[in-house]
Each structure stands twice: as structure tokens, then as C-alpha cells.
Design a protein around this ligand. Sequence first.
Ligand code: TEU
Ligand code: CA
Length: 538
Amino acid sequence: MPETPWWKQRVIYQIYPMSFCDSNGDGIGDLRGILSKLDYLKSLGVGALWLSPVYCSPNEDNGYDISDYCNIHENYGTLADMDELIAEAAQRDIKIIMDLVINHTSNQHEWFQKSRRRIAPYTDYYIWQKGEPGKKPSNWGSFFGEDCWAYDELRGEYYLHLFAKGQPDLNYHNDAVIEAVENVMRFWLARGVAGFRCDVINILYKDSLKNGRWKPALTGSEHYISTDGTHQLLNRFRREVFEPYNCYTVGETVFVTPQMADDLVNPSRAELDCVFSFEHMETDCHFVKWFLRKFSPDRFFDTLTKWQTSLDWNTVYFENHDQPRSVSRFGDDGAFHNQSAKALATLLLTLRGTPFLFEGQEIGMTNFDYPDMAKVRDVESINIWNLTGRLHLPQSLRWKMIKTKSRDNARTPMQWNDTVNGGFSTGKPWLSVNGNYPLFNVEQQLRDQGSVLQYYQALIAYRNQSPVLQAGSFAPLYRQNGVYAYARTFGGETLRVVINLTAEAKPSPFEGKAIFSSYNKAEVDGTLAPYEAAILRG
Ligand code: TEU
Ligand code: CA
């Protein structure tokens, strides 16, 4: 029997370095800040950290536009700090996962600067197309609601950028690009990194640049979502790089069905280990996140069941740096803040798969409280704000879209204590702290026995030694009017989980002694209170 891989046993914690902890008062989180919190992370029980990008970058897209893959942004520290972080984390048996952003680079990257000047071997590193200014090569759309073709005066050609203008897409029809990227991966693996979170990894290989079928968003995507060329690339990466280093990979994969996800993670195909699918995160919108739809717990549960039952193993996540805060979105960040955050914790840590926790989720951090655009920094939000302005959408709707879906909701600084800026920084934070930091912060929740944080600590500790929660099979038991129940079974032992994800009392599908309860109740009786969740033995 092969040994169970570590990523099937551990809880993984995502750090957004810019917003985690600032050690030197410049208002920007950094590696020494992360180092200072390793003991906290250990006490939370997480076994690996995924760091959003810390490489050199002009930060048009907060580090997802990389200008040097093999160096650390001076805002975050140095390569020596990174080595220290890897070593200090290892001391505590915590692994480090880096963000691998290889669909595109920054336009400030040396490769791009040389490519636009047609300097060999970089000439064809990017996706260049002939065309006159004002006459775009094709009708494709970008992920950030703007053009995806930019005209470069110097070269006299267009380049493709599926994200921001400063993020030109690399050309994976070019073997030199593939080799260059493989060397980047080896650089970090040799330094002791345990894995990669692979940014938009299922769109690397564009199999045509021709016009696409018109869609309300992302026209052209049929030419690049999970193409055969991408599958071949991933298989090559796996054989040539991941396998020799025993590297864990989790792909961020846009627009995948369970079948497409299986094609990426099925061990028989030797590509990725896991993916982040989006379908459960799209249960409060129509097609794209900006077309708002009321959250329906039942739709959410059905999507979870569908993914739980169609893949043998995958990730489980409700938050990341691109998504609103889960307690604000799927729970209730007012009257039932505590219970709903715990109900979501119960779901996250008891479904089958690798749980990913995003910084601040463990204290129930909420969406930002800004009154208008003045404090919003995210390039995507700013683009959408401008685009909806050009389309003359009503002001109130535009703000509602930003307020509910802006990526800055998740990016506000981590709330450590009730001192100035929530203890994140002694300087002026790059993004404003949420005003509720005196109410929700780590220090306060470490003191309060009934806190969301202590619930996470206890449940992660339980999960860390529970074969049923780590490896048990999943079977749905009940789904009705916002109540969900399922069983996890392993080696003859069963745990049942029940969750009411509504603000009303609901009949419970079963009763019994609880080992965990979002109300700290010893028993589940015939009625579930608002946002009551519980784990029962047997
Ligand atoms: O996100 C890819 C992606 O799918 C996003 O465009 C997503 O659709 C959007 O953020 C939803 O609002 C990854 C990173 O997670 C994101 O932070 C980067 O901006 C993006 O890739 C480009 O690298
Ligand atoms: Ca700093």
C-alpha cells in the first residue's frame, strides 16, 4: 500500500502576504511578519502554507504579474528571508507552497521587454499578432472586463493578455518558454518548497487565436480552456519536474466540470494532484460573478454533493484572495456571526478532500466596510467600476456589485488585536483595515472559549487525528430548505454531520449526542437553531 500523501492529511492555510503581518511599519505585510506568526499557525493546527506571490512585481495585479520569478519583492524581504521561512516552517512540520503564475508574466519582465524588441531567444515568448492600431486580431474578451489585445508601439504588433494589460500571456507553442518555466519551478523546489498552487493552469495552451463564439463574458474561451495542449504540458511538467521533487500541485482551474477536473487530477493521467473548482462559488451569480443572484444554500449544497460524489479526491475551500468573505456571503455576519462562521468551519473541515483555509477565515473576518470606491485598490474592481460606468448602469447597482464581489473584501489586513490597524502594521496599511477589528481579532478570540478561532483550533486538532475525517468516504444523507447532512465512514466508524445554513430554526433530520456543535450543545434535538451545525458519532 502506498503511503497516504501529506496533502490528504493536512489542512492548508493560504497567506496573502501583502495583508498578513507587517514587520517594519511600511504598511505592507512581509516575510518577517509571516515568520513572527509561525507559532500561531502551528497552534491553529495547519500543516502547510500557500503563499500568494512574493516575487518581484510592479503589482498591477498584486504580484500575479511577475517581473522576476527567481527573486523576492523588496516589499516582502529577501531570498534569505524566504529560505529562513522555509526552514523555520519545516522546524514546526509546516510545508510551504508557492504560487506559480505561468500563464502570463508582467510586461516589466525581462522576457517581455526583450520580446517586444525582437531580441532572440525571446522574440516568440509571447502571443504576438499582426494588426493595425484600432483593429484587434480577434473578438476575445479578458477576465477583467476589458480588452485582451494590447497594441505595442515598439514592436508594432498586438499581444494577448487574458488578464490585466500588464500581464501578457506566454506562448506555450514555444519550447524555450516551457523550458524557462520548468527552470523556475526547479529553482524553488531545490530551495525546499513542497508544492505549487498553479494559477489559471488550465488555460496555458491556446489552440487557436481565431474569433470565438460570442458569450456574455470571455468570448474566445473555447480556444483555451483545458485544451489537449495544456493536458500534454501538465503531463510533461509532472514527469520532468514535479515527480522528481515529489512536488504537490493544486491547479486553479477556471470553468471546469467534474469530468474536466477528473481529466486533470486522475492519477492515471499524471498531471495535477488537485484542482480548485469554481462551481460552488458561482451559486450566487449568473455565469459571471458580477451578475448577482441571491445565495441559495440548497444550490450550494447540491453543488458540493455533485463534486464530492464525482471525484475521488479534491480540494475544499470557501474563501481565497479573489472571493468575498464566506461569513458575509454564505453565512450571516451580523446576528449569527459566531454560529454561522462555525457552521461553515464544520462544513469545510468535514467534507472529503483537502481543506484550504484563507487568512482571517479562522476568526470570521467579514467583507470590507468601505462606503465608496475611494478605498478600493483591486485592478479588477476598478476596471469593472469603469466599465459599468461606461455602460450607464445605475450608481447604486454598480456599488452593490463592487461591495458584494470585490476581491478587496478578502484582502483587508489581518486582524490580530485591538490596537491601531488591528495590530497588522504600525504604519499606514496599503489597504484599509475593516473597522470591526476591535470586535473580531485573534487576541480576543484566543481568550474567548466560545470564539470562532477556538472552534477552528479544536476541529482542526480533531481532524488531524481522525482517519474518518481525513480518509472516510462521503455519503449525502439529507438536503432540504437550507439543511444539509452527510456521513463520513472509514474502517467501520461513521461520523454524521448536519448543517442548517439559514437564519431560521429548521427540523433536524436526526438527533443524538454531538461531538462538535456551533452552539456548543451536547445534543442535537428535533430542531436545528439558526446556523446550527453539529458532528455526531455513529
Ligand atoms: O485568478 C484567476 C481567475 O479566474 C480570476 O480572474 C477570477 O476569475 C477573478 O479573480 C474573479 O474575480 C487568478 C488569481 O487567483 C488572481 O488573483 C489573479 O488576478 C489572476 O489569476 C491572474 O493571475
Ligand atoms: Ca512591511
